[in-house]
Design a protein around this ligand. Structure first.
Ligand code: GAL
Length: 683
């Protein structure tokens, strides 16, 4: 059950953060390494934004400070994740290559003075990133401190789409490859509409701001192109490093916080997935978004352990209101990532910056120094992680897959959809949250993946669905799977064209319904849905739920009606249906149900899928990592009172032998090593 470590040079769970000593005097470095040792830090990310300090002018390198730094870290037993600084080209680069500047959708040339890469399609930028990545790799490939390479920083943020002339040129080249001929492009983009037909490749451009809504198929292709260009930049650096160095190579994703990069494709390019996650202060239950990001990070890496490359010790500085973490919350967050497969727990950043745009961001060493609560908790977390080293390489298994398809998100979030309230993020969160509250661990998957190992597949937002992927889902049901599909799914093909046969047509067989018409609701309107009700049977009061946002006119093609609209534009029409198909069952949820309504649907769905939800026993979020000989039950107490975990084994954080039950402290976490029991999952 163990996955071989992607970074064999580190044993156990790695701990540390982004380290930017270039912002500090040399004496501070000595203090830093002493403090790192005190906190148990054994991995730091270095050099990520230091291009101007390494390549001081084009082709002229100053490695002296980096040599000294890596040697110092090595002497102190601290390993290095060496960054390539290409997310922040120096002033001299833009002065020499003004054409490499990024142009926004509304035509504004982006200035210098912040950070963010140059145009992903600029030949000068491409050349420069290979030069600096090669120079770093050549110099440090054999440095004993370097255990990992960190290419760039968060591709797609803050620079994703680029509307510059060179981007347009590259877009045309990419389109030629993809579509082959202008006729094929005209057909794919449906350019007969509004007379957009192209007669010359040179007339095809980037989907810049225009008087009205720009062709959605063009925009979808541009999103694909952007992802492709960014990935090419990554590959260029990765391959340059690989010519010299053998350590694993990663780049930090922003799973669930940015949707510019198709992380399924990126997951195949990196040696190990790493992810940055920041709580959204306005969300009082940020732990759910955290769990989504962690599960997605694990899933795009094929289930292998991954690196939490960045999170915060306390508040961030870039939200409207940056709420500080409460005592204990930092460790809870870190261990929640670990529970879902992270084998390294790192922060942005080691020492708080005194200058610049991020000086109000929390750090491991805050401005208040080592007499602070944050520092004490940082030291305590280091000690905790030391006790969890044996979890390294253990894996997380799931019986349920939630579909997550970046292409579908790109297409769905364009303008002029039937309702502004059709947010893919909203549906993913609603279904994921239900599963999370029911104590069910999930993987994320693409609709084209082999889904046969899952008892249940949930499709909360599958607006774009290729015919072949719909066939895969249909086969999944036919062969005994349980599938739940939420509204506005299976609407368009890969060119954002409505499927022949109408809305949802490719899933009609599996779901036993066809969607005749959308009936979106006005903002704020709430309607009622009767569970298992019909015109004759009296309804129990607790079988009526509210719905909002969306109704639709459904034609039944074999499905049974499980819930009906009592009022609103869909009054009398099905709101939830269930269809026995082949060996399996296809469920369709045609409205946005309130939490109780969704709970009722999912309870029946679990019964069909043979899943027994555990919920959060005594309020504990419980996730299991599985090893060869033992399971590790991680129980996270989000409440302000102690909670009782039913388990037997060794609680690793306290060293307590647990018989039957363990009291998890208020706001605390327990990790119990239990004897491995045979698993009953799968179909
Ligand atoms: C990340 C970024 C870091 C830092 C951090 C602040 O997205 O990679 O460099 O800016 O945000 O929260």
């Amino acid at each position: 059950m163990r996955s071989p470590s992607p970074w064999p040079a580190i044993r156990g769970i790695a701990y540390g953060g982004d380290y930017t000593p270039e912002q500090w005097a040399r004496e501070t470095w000595d203090e830093d390494v002493a403090l790192m040792r005190e906190a148990g830090v054994d991995l730091v990310s270095v050099g990520i934004f230091a291009w101007a300090l390494i390549e001081v002018e084009e082709g002229v390198f100053d490695f002296a400070w980096l040599d000294e730094l890596l040697d110092l870290l090595h002497r102190n037993g601290i390993r290095v994740d060496l960054g390539t600084p290409t997310a922040s080209p120096p002033a001299w680069f833009f002065a020499r290559h003004p054409d490499a500047r990024v142009v926004s959708r509304d035509g504004v040339v982006q200035g210098f003075g912040a950070r963010g890469m140059a145009s992903h399609s600029s030949p000068a930028y491409r050349e420069a990133i290979v030069r600096i990545a090669s120079a770093l790799a050549e110099r440090y490939a054999d440095h004993p401190a370097v255990v990992l390479w960190h290419v760039h920083n968060e591709y797609g943020v803050p620079v994703g789409e680029d509307y510059s002339a060179q981007s347009a040129e590259a877009f045309r080249g990419w389109l030629r490859e993809r579509h082959g001929s202008l006729d094929a492009l005209n057909a794919a983009w449906g350019t007969a509409f509004w007379g957009q037909r192209y007669t010359d490749w040179e007339h095809v451009g980037v989907p810049a701001a225009a008087p009205s809504v720009v062709n959605p198929a063009q925009r979808l292709d541009f999103a694909r192109f952007t992802d492709h260009q960014l990935r090419e930049c990554f590959r260029a650096e990765r391959d340059a490093i690989r010519r010299f160095a053998s350590q694993p190579i990663t780049t930090n994703f922003m799973a669930n916080q940015a949707w510019v990069a198709d992380l399924w494709a990126w997951g195949r390019e990196v040696d190990v997935v790493s992810d940055d996650h920041y709580l959204w202060s306005a969300d009082p239950e940020g732990e759910i978004g955290l769990a989504i990001a962690a599960d997605l990070s694990r899933s795009v890496g094929g289930g292998k352990p991954w690196i939490l490359m960045e999170h915060s010790t306390s508040a961030v500085n870039w939200q409207p209101r940056n709420v500080a973490k409460r005592p204990g919350e930092m460790a809870r967050n870190s261990l929640a990532h670990l529970a879902r497969g992270a084998d390294a727990i790192l922060f942005f950043q080691w020492r708080a910056s005194r200058s610049g745009a991020e000086k109000f961001h929390s750090a491991m060493v805050p401005h208040a120094g080592t007499t602070s609560r944050v520092w004490r908790e940082v030291v305590d977390l280091g000690a905790k992680l030391d006790r969890l080293d044996e979890l390294q390489g253990t894996v997380v298994e799931a019986d349920v897959a939630v579909l997550w398809d970046f292409e579908s998100f790109w297409a769905q979030d364009l303008e002029w959809r039937p309702s502004d309230d059709l947010s893919h993020a909203d549906r993913i969160r609603a279904f994921y949250e239900r599963l999370w509250r029911d104590g069910i661990t999930v993987d994320f998957a693409l609709p084209g993946h082999d889904l046969s190992k899952y008892r249940l597949v949930v499709a909360p937002a599958q607006y774009l669905l290729r015919a072949a992927d719909a066939a895969n889902l249909t086969r999944y049901v036919e062969q005994g799977g349980t599938l739940v599909v939420s509204y506005f799914s299976g609407i368009v093909d890969e060119h954002d064209a409505v499927h022949a046969g109408g809305f949802g047509a490719p899933l009609a067989a599996a779901l036993g319904v066809r969607v005749e018409e959308f009936l979106p609701l006005r903002e704020g309107v709430r309607t009622s849905v009767a569970w298992r009700g019909d015109d004759t049977a009296p309804l129990a009061a607790d079988a009526v739920f509210t719905a909002d946002v969306w109704h639709e006119a459904i034609a039944l093609e074999g499905a049974e009606v499980v819930a009906r609209h009592l009022d609103g534009p869909g009054a009398g029409l099905p709101a939830v249906t269930r269809h026995a198909y082949g060996e399996g069952v296809g469920w369709y949820v045609a409205t946005r149900l309130d939490a109780e309504g969704l709970r009722t649907v999912m309870d029946d769905v679990y019964a069909d899928a043979g899943i027994a939800p555990t919920g959060h026993p005594d309020g504990l979020e419980v996730v299991t990592r599985r090893g060869d000989a033992a399971d590790y039950v991680v129980a996270i107490n989000h409440r302000d009172e102690p909670a009782r975990l039913a388990a037997s084994g060794l609680e690793l954080l306290t060293g307590t032998e647990v018989v039957d039950a363990f009291d998890v402290a208020a706001g605390g976490v327990a990790v119990v090593r239990t004897t491995r029991e045979p698993r009953g999952g799968g179909r």
